[in-house]
Design a protein around this ligand. Structure first.
Ligand SMILES: [Zn+2]
Ligand SMILES: [Zn+2]
Length: 337
């Protein structure tokens, strides 16, 4: 497949998509109903539909009955951890295997000209980005994801929180499912801005940013504090009237959904002329430039409203540079006074 129809490759070999990324169309004024209707299927399919499917699979086949959940012991949390490990091994492993091991589509649609395995570095455990990212995900982040799961399931089983049933509140709970990705974006933006403050960045978030050229297995490579805060988005469902299935969807959209920002390819080739959008570009720009796109995909465009939006265009690049120069001038003025 010819990726030059969709974007441009620079002299270094880095590829970038044409055009500019846009925020979700329902923020437009005057309202653009047709655009919203066209956007909706892509909002649900395939990524959020996948997260709901896995949430239901966990709910029906992994989560034990309510009597078991009422008592904290090692048994059922260990079962959840095992399921989360297996789930991540399959999910993250599939993308990593196909795109980075088999290199099934070579460098077509790939943002960075190199593959992480070609750049050993001292910042990583065993000098290997892949091994470092894998170990941090499986030994730190997935156990903390499981801890969040254990907290809300135990609370639900013991009647702590404003839990609702689907029989009586199907409409609200369906709406809450649709709003959950927006909640994720606001939560992620808030904690992400927080851990970009200088002290916390050095202590916590620099670990995630060691992967300047991320791959799927970089998604959950985090310091324990970040890993807990990131997955703790599901704990909002202890405050909002909700249902554990919705909380599980929220958690899976964070845990499995992190792959979207870190695929490293703009599109995944599906065979023939068929491709699937990865939605990775905005977060890839964050890994590249650090000070832009702290949120997600522009579902709730906090970056746009707060002046850190980089839409991937030349214009976005210029605005980022201008902001950077203003910041530098402020810092120099501060030093001089
Ligand atoms: Zn990232
Ligand atoms: Zn960051």
């Amino acid at each position: 497949m010819d990726d030059s129809h969709f974007g441009v490759r620079n002299k270094r070999g880095d590829w970038a998509p044409n055009g500019r990324r846009e925020v979700a169309p329902f923020w437009a004024w005057p309202p653009q109903l047709i655009k919203v209707l066209k956007w909706l299927p892509g909002y649900v399919w395939p990524w959020n539909a996948f997260h709901m499917t896995t949430a239901l699979l966990w709910w029906f086949f992994v989560v034990p009955d309510v009597d078991t959940l009422q008592t904290l012991d090692w048994g059922w949390p260990a079962l959840l951890l095992a399921a989360n490990w297996v789930g991540c091994l399959i999910w993250y492993g599939a993308f990593e295997w196909r795109l980075y091991r088999q290199r099934a589509q070579g460098s077509r649609f790939k943002y960075h000209h190199k593959f992480p395995s070609e750049s050993p570095s001292d910042v990583f455990w065993f000098k290997s980005q892949n091994l470092d990212n894998f170990l941090r995900s499986f030994l730190i982040s997935i156990p903390l994801w499981t801890l969040v799961q254990v907290i809300f399931l135990w609370c639900w089983a013991n009647g702590i929180g404003a839990w609702l049933t689907w029989d009586e509140h199907a409409l609200w709970l369906t709406l809450l499912v649709l709003l959950s990705p927006a909640l994720h974006e606001v939560h992620f933006y808030a904690i992400h801005r927080l851990i970009h403050t200088p002290t916390l960045y050095k202590w916590i978030h620099s670990i995630h940013h060691n992967s300047v050229n991320p791959s799927p297995i970089s998604s959950l490579s985090m310091h324990p504090v970040e890993a807990f805060l990131y997955h703790a988005v599901a704990l909002w469902h202890l405050v909002i009237p909700s249902n554990p299935v919705v909380a599980m969807f929220q958690l899976h959209a964070a845990g499995f959904g992190a792959v979207n920002g870190h695929i490293g390819f703009d599109r995944i080739e599906l065979g023939g002329e068929q491709t699937m959008q990865s939605h990775a570009f905005l977060h890839h720009l964050h890994h590249k430039h650090f000070e832009v796109n702290f949120g997600g995909d522009g579902l709730v465009p906090l970056d746009l409203w707060l002046g850190t939006w980089h839409d991937g265009s030349k214009d976005g690049e210029r605005q980022m540079q201008a902001r950077y120069e203003r910041k530098l001038a402020r810092m120099n003025a501060g030093k001089a006074s």
